[in-house]
Write a protein that binds this ligand. Structure first.
Ligand SMILES: *Cc1c(COP(=O)(O)O)cnc(C)c1O
Length: 480
């Protein structure tokens, strides 16, 4: 048989260089592009893409050109400096290339015997993270996952295994009404019933109500149930809020409850002095989710779960099937397939390792500090304005506010409509990605400023446009 997959060295190089050129040029010119892809319907895209899988080959460059023309421009650039919404994905170029290298060599990152250096890199980088968060290096451990959702799921499986064993019929899990949706998703995947979940209301600053948590635990114990896990927020996605971690840790210690801290968004703030202060107590978690593809500036996909005791992971996830018997090593030589869900895993540690080696940790500290300070500067600007009202202050690079001119006497309903429409107008221009969220039943505009490329001028520019839109929309509302 002719091996159709073979290419000559020259062909591989010229094809590969073309892709590297595309990536480098994108990084170099991102500022000149619009962050938001033109909205297309399923019908629009079916017309471009839908066809049966072709039996016959097409010239490689022709397929690539088609992708460059139709896939890349129909994607929103979360790494764009004016992508302010959700959680931006600023990424970095070195990691982008390292990830490409890991793919290029198709390095299997499941077991020590197959790729010992891959496992070693994961051990070393996980140790860097353990140290950052003041977790015990010797006893502690962790694993890189596809993202924060998978890290949270891995944590909750572990918590249940360690605290409940096989019988979790009486187990109860607690989380705040600001917890990320991936936590509820994980709880459902684990098969908990609705009656086993307690959503604890937050206070006016979006922190968990400690008293409400204590009451819920006490009531459940009286009913013979087993409180086994609490999920605390270290930087909520909505407002950047950090729950009172020391107070929560005290309760969890007293009640023998597993403390899982979801730091998928805010964990990386530990790199900045101010973040360290805000995250005080995070070192008391039993398990901690962080998400390097967010604020550690890594490309998708890399999430991470850290635990106080690595044996909790191996005790939960190791199975010893007969076909893996030849690759069992000694205990210090970790098989990461024993630490989580995946057997076959890509080498995620490589990008993390390469970028920190290349740029140095200080570059990351500077970037995170810059992001936090930029958001505070934006808050100051908004507070000095007669048209903007800050709804939730700059917290770990997230700020929520709304257009609400002080000299206008507007009903809540009108303010909601006004802000919704301002966001729509921005999105129609595609000059920025800037959407709303809901806080305390109000529609508010939210900015998450974790891109080191984002300047104050970028934000100022967007806000100035919004003020103009606000004025126009308000006038049109008055005349109708
Ligand atoms: C983003 C996020 C998650 C989910 O992480 P993914 O990487 O998107 O799977 C979980 N928790 C919080 C607080 C987040 O911000």
């Amino acid at each position: 048989m002719k091996n159709h997959f073979d290419m000559s060295l020259e062909d591989m190089k010229s094809y590969g260089y073309k892709i590297v050129d595309l990536i480098a040029e994108h990084w170099n010119s991102i500022q000149t592009k619009k962050p938001f892809a033109e909205p297309k319907t399923r019908d629009d895209l079916d017309k471009i893409f839908l066809e049966a899988a072709p039996e016959q080959p097409t010239e490689a460059n022709k397929v690539l050109d088609f992708i460059v023309e139709n896939v890349l421009p129909n994607s929103t650039y979360t790494m764009h400096p004016k992508f302010y919404s959700f959680v931006p994905g600023p990424s970095n170029f070195i990691s982008t290339m390292a990830d490409t290298l890991a793919t290029g060599f198709n390095i299997f990152s499941g077991g020590w015997l197959v790729s010992s250096a891959a496992a070693e890199l994961e051990i070393v980088t996980i140790n860097w993270l353990l140290k950052m968060f003041n977790f015990p290096i010797k006893q502690g451990g962790g694993i890189f996952t596809s993202g924060g959702s998978m890290a949270n799921l891995t944590a909750l499986v572990t918590a249940r295994r360690i605290k409940c064993g096989d019988d979790f019929s009486k187990a109860v899990i607690y989380l705040s009404d600001q917890a990320h949706s991936s936590n509820i998703k994980a709880i459902r995947i684990l098969g908990f019933k609705k009656e086993q979940i307690r959503i604890i209301p937050t206070d006016f600053e979006f922190r968990i109500g400690i008293n409400k948590l204590k009451n819920a635990i006490a009531k459940d114990k009286l009913e013979g149930l087993q409180p086994f896990c609490f999920i605390a927020n270290a930087g909520t996605t909505n407002t950047g809020t950090v729950d009172p971690l020391h107070e929560i840790a005290d309760i969890c210690e007293d009640e023998n409850i597993w403390l899982h801290v979801d730091g998928a968004y805010g964990g990386a703030a530990i790199l900045a002095k101010k973040g360290q202060r805000m995250l005080r107590g995070i070192e008391r978690a039993d398990s901690l989710t962080v998400d390097p593809h967010k604020w550690f500036f890594q490309p998708y996909e890399i999430g991470c779960l850290l635990v106080k005791d690595a044996s909790w992971l191996s005790g939960t996830f190791s199975e010893k099937p007969e076909y893996l018997r030849d690759v069992e090593g000694n205990e210090s030589e970790i098989n990461f397939y024993d630490y989580g869900v995946q057997l076959t895993r890509r080498l995620r540690a490589l990008k993390f390792y390469t970028s920190i080696q290349t740029y140095g940790l200080a570059a990351f500290r500077d970037a995170v500090t810059y992001n936090i300070e930029l958001t505070e500067k934006v808050e100051e600007h908004l507070r000095n304005s007669k048209v903007w009202e800050v709804v939730s202050p700059a917290t770990l690079a997230v700020i929520n506010f709304r257009y609400h001119p002080i000299n206008e006497n507007l009903e809540e309903k009108v303010i909601d409509e006004l802000n919704q429409k301002i966001s729509q107008r921005v999105m129609e221009t595609r000059e920025a990605v800037f959407v709303t969220t809901i806080l305390n039943k109000q529609i508010v505009l939210r900015m998450c400023l974790i891109n080191p490329k984002t300047t104050f001028e970028d934000v100022f520019d967007t806000l100035t446009n919004c003020e103009q839109y606000g004025k126009e929309i308000l006038n049109s509302l008055k005349t109708t």
